[in-house]
Write a protein that binds this ligand. Structure first.
Ligand SMILES: [Zn+2]
Ligand SMILES: [Zn+2]
Length: 398
């Protein structure tokens, strides 16, 4: 068989597998919610009188419709990727000028050299809170996690719909559990005309209890993270804010990070929820996209986020302390060497680092003529002749 035919067959198989793995969970979730609502209607009509019947069907109907819309909105909208934004995706044919990182309001999780992070797999710039998904094979803005039940990533654009789906499905499960548990109990323990409990009722009782518990716990966890303005990934790992010194050179234990300073994106629960759910309260329960988000362009497209000024100032103070410590260490060693040579220390020759502010995080780089041995002090574990090369504004990636 010709190699081209084998390659084509392999591609078709891969495509079919991908389609199956993305279609199956979507069909399963749709089937479960539809079956749950259908069974509840059956139970309500058979086992309940007029008023509770209406209440059960109306409440479950609202939860069913809203959860279904939220589910398909989550899948349709997707998490959002910087690849789709102008200026973030780099092509080999682009001129050098176009390959610079784009302007964003703020970039607090840049690399240690101050540049915006870059994804080599997608060939795109990675703004704050963006991560590469190995399942979707693309970078996702404000990535929360990859959810196999949706066969897509949860990110900046569909996080609201994801949260709403979890909340509404928990509500649907609760109503189904309430209706089925009482109906099953009524069948078993009260002598009536019918003795056999319908299998559908028992199945609904078990499935709604298990699913309600599992989804409810995850919904509570997701709401809690949203109140703290954290994603699942950010809750699992420490975010390093742009450090003022290379960590391998200066082992300062309190380097600015979410572990030592707290979450720099936390603006209080009300503002945190507003960032996910929408500007106005009446928009929060609706699984619809509203295009009136305030702020600048980069804060609207998920490439930058407002920060907590208190934590920002703490990071500034920490960077300033680091710089002072480094200056004192340099001065001490410089004086020691002068004394060993029998020379008197010259105040003018002392190392000065005037930029001790976090606004322009001090960047220390090895100059081309320096060997690694005379730059790094193995005994003390820090650079013995730090050279301030450039001060990179925090507001720019480069
Ligand atoms: Zn990527
Ligand atoms: Zn993904």
């Amino acid at each position: 068989m010709a190699p081209s035919i084998v390659r084509q067959l392999s591609n078709i198989c891969q495509l079919l597998c991908c389609s199956f793995f993305s279609l199956f969970p979507r069909l399963l979730v749709t089937f479960l919610t539809t079956w749950g609502f259908y069974s509840l209607v059956g139970i309500s009509v058979t086992a309940y009188s007029c008023v509770p019947r209406f209440l059960f069907i109306a409440t479950a109907g609202i939860f069913y419709v809203l959860s279904t819309v939220a589910y398909f909105q989550t899948v349709r909208v997707g998490g959002g990727s910087p690849i789709d934004l102008p200026g973030f995706h780099i092509r080999a044919s682009d001129p050098i000028d176009a390959q610079l990182p784009p302007n964003v309001d703020l970039n607090v999780t840049a690399k240690e050299n101050g540049k915006m992070r870059f994804c080599n797999k997608c060939q795109c710039w990675k703004p704050d809170r963006t991560h590469h998904c190995s399942t979707c094979h693309r970078c996702i803005l404000r990535m929360d996690h990859h959810c196999p039940w949706f066969a897509t990533c949860i990110g900046y654009r569909n996080h609201k719909f994801f949260l709403l789906f979890l909340i509404y499905v928990t509500g649907l499960c609760f109503v189904c559990f309430l209706a089925s548990s009482y109906a099953v109990y009524d069948c078993l323990y009260r002598p009536k005309s019918f003795i056999i409990v319908p299998l559908n009722w028992v199945a609904l009782f078990i499935v709604s209890a298990v699913m309600g518990l599992a989804v409810g716990v995850f919904a509570s966890y997701s709401v809690y993270l949203s109140l703290c303005n954290k994603t699942v990934l950010e809750n699992l790992e420490t975010i390093r804010y742009k450090t003022s010194l290379p960590t391998e050179a200066f082992r300062y234990r309190e380097a600015p990070s979410s572990k030592s300073l707290g979450n720099i994106f936390d603006l209080g629960w009300r503002e945190n929820l507003r960032q996910v759910m929408g500007e106005r309260y009446w928009q929060w329960p609706l699984p619809l996209t509203f295009r009136e988000r305030g702020g600048s362009a980069s804060s609207r497209d998920g490439t930058s986020f407002p920060i907590n000024r208190e934590i920002y100032e703490m990071a500034q103070n920490l960077a300033s302390t680091e710089n002072e410590l480094l200056q004192q260490q340099y001065n001490y060693r410089h004086n020691q060497r002068m004394q060993m040579r029998g020379e008197s220390p010259q105040p003018g020759s002392q190392y000065r680092n005037n930029n001790s502010s976090f606004q322009g995080p001090t960047q220390y780089q090895r100059s081309p003529d320096q060997s690694s041995d005379d730059f790094y002090d193995d005994d003390l574990g820090y650079y013995n002749n730090p050279k301030q090369v450039e001060s990179i504004p925090l507001t720019r990636g480069l």
